[in-house]
Design a protein around this ligand. Structure first.
Ligand code: ADP
Length: 401
């Protein structure tokens, strides 16, 4: 089955056309600057990237351009749109309504719209993608895959905040968690790769990218995760503060004469390792290099990041009463062996030992712990598009039966 995977943001859209049987990516790319001017990047498997600048006033023109590129007689990956048998959409927030992926129907569209308050930047863009695909590809089954769904198995004592219960009842204020598609994919791949029985396993997944989160996966189900009501919570990230004393918001607002919204903007966009490094960079490559060259603030930023990851992993070992495997994924988790080595240095008490040579490998699944390490540590490249493709095929095939 050929599946078009769409990840629609407010001014951008990423796409991949995947053959689900071979799991080969037939074509991929992105539309950028939607509503501003417009730029399509398209790459057919085995060929160079093509870049087309063209007006994209709305997502409709953007998706139409993607479909035209996919069916282009010269560089297209398919000869006819009817070859696309299903579309998988990434949706950021499913609230408490979705504990798994599901077929897109009117009820889902309504439910996603209701969750807009919880993800005001993302859910409206996701809905636009769904509606435009419905219009341009009528009758093609579509599946929604939620970033929050995998975390819906958390027990109430893990997802409730220590605030009056009525705010959970009235306003649904609780921990939801994000990056769920990645945590689900990586935990399953980890079990497969290490030959663990997922139904009898304790896995900690560290998704360390520009946005970063960690989850505790017990017997294949998420029991805790570091992000919260929004993706601002948890670890110190590229530009996000992660957990802070909530009183900082009022205190800083006073000092700066800033509104709550303005302080939140600082916590989202100017904090994390960017802010800690005195705005040097949010990119770990820059910070690593600067730290090596003696930049004190880059070192501080990296130390704070590492320390927060160490504490979170430790707390999830406690939450699961042990751990069989720790998996690293996403931009930093997959690529930064120094960060991994530094974090893992703190787990001598768990009997973890790292193999320095294995830790240098990149771009594929690899066990980086030594064979006699008491806990396996792996690097598993995440692949959210493939995960969405697999979910889409499973749901569409099930519905067709
Ligand atoms: P997101 O999807 O949240 O935007 P990614 O998972 O793509 O983030 O991760 C991006 C981050 O990964 C970069 O900001 C950078 O810090 C880090 N990164 C990417 N490549 C490397 C590398 N080779 N070495 C160290 N860090 C890297």
């Amino acid at each position: 089955m050929k599946v078009l995977v769409i990840n629609c943001g407010s001014s951008s859209l990423k796409y991949q056309l995947i053959d689900s049987a071979s799991e080969e990516v037939l074509a991929k790319g992105l539309c950028e600057r939607i509503g501003i001017d417009g730029r399509l990047v398209y790459q057919k498997e085995g060929l160079d990237k093509e870049i087309t600048e063209a007006p994209m006033p709305t997502h409709k023109e953007a998706i139409q351009m993607v479909l035209d590129a996919l069916t282009n007689p010269v560089s297209g990956a398919i000869s006819n749109l009817s070859e696309i048998e299903a579309v998988g959409h990434r949706i950021v927030h499913g609230g408490e309504k979705f504990s798994g992926s599901a077929l897109v129907d009117d009820a889902m569209i309504e439910a996603v719209a209701e969750c807009t308050e919880l993800a005001p930047l993302h859910n409206p863009a996701n809905l636009i993608g769904i509606n435009v695909c419905k219009e341009l590809m009528p009758g093609v089954p579509m599946v929604g895959c939620f970033d929050t769904a995998f975390h819906q198995t958390m027990p109430d004592y893990a997802y409730l905040y220590g605030i009056p219960y009525e705010y959970y009842e009235k306003y649904k204020i609780r921990k939801y968690g994000f990056h769920g598609t990645s945590h689900s994919f990586v935990s399953r791949e980890t079990a497969k790769f290490l030959d663990l029985d997922i139904n009898n396993s304790k896995i900690i997944v560290c998704h360390l990218g520009n946005g970063a989160s960690i989850s505790a996966v017990l017997n294949g189900k998420c029991v805790d995760t570091s992000m919260g009501l929004t993706p601002l919570a948890g670890l110190v990230m590229g530009t996000r503060s992660g957990d802070i004393d909530p009183a900082v918001i009022e205190y800083l607002g006073h000092k700066l004469g800033a509104s709550v919204e303005e302080v939140l903007e600082i916590l989202n966009k100017k904090s994390g390792v960017l802010g800690l490094s005195k705005y040097l960079s949010s990119d770990f490559r820059d910070l690593g290099e600067a730290a090596l060259n003696g930049n004190m603030y880059a070192s501080i930023a990296l130390n704070v990041f590492d320390y927060n990851v160490v504490k979170k992993i430790g707390s999830y070992v406690a939450a699961m009463n042990g751990v069989d495997a720790i998996a690293f994924t996403a931009g930093i988790g997959e690529n930064d062996r120094f960060v991994r080595a530094k974090i893992l240095d703190s787990f001598g008490y768990l009997g973890i030992t790292v193999d320095k040579e294995r830790n240098k490998v990149r771009g594929r699944n690899v066990k980086i712990s030594t064979d006699d390490s008491k806990v396996d540590v792996v690097v598993i490249p995440t692949n959210e598009e493939l995960a969405i493709c697999r979910e889409t095929v499973a749901i569409v095939s099930n519905t067709a039966r």
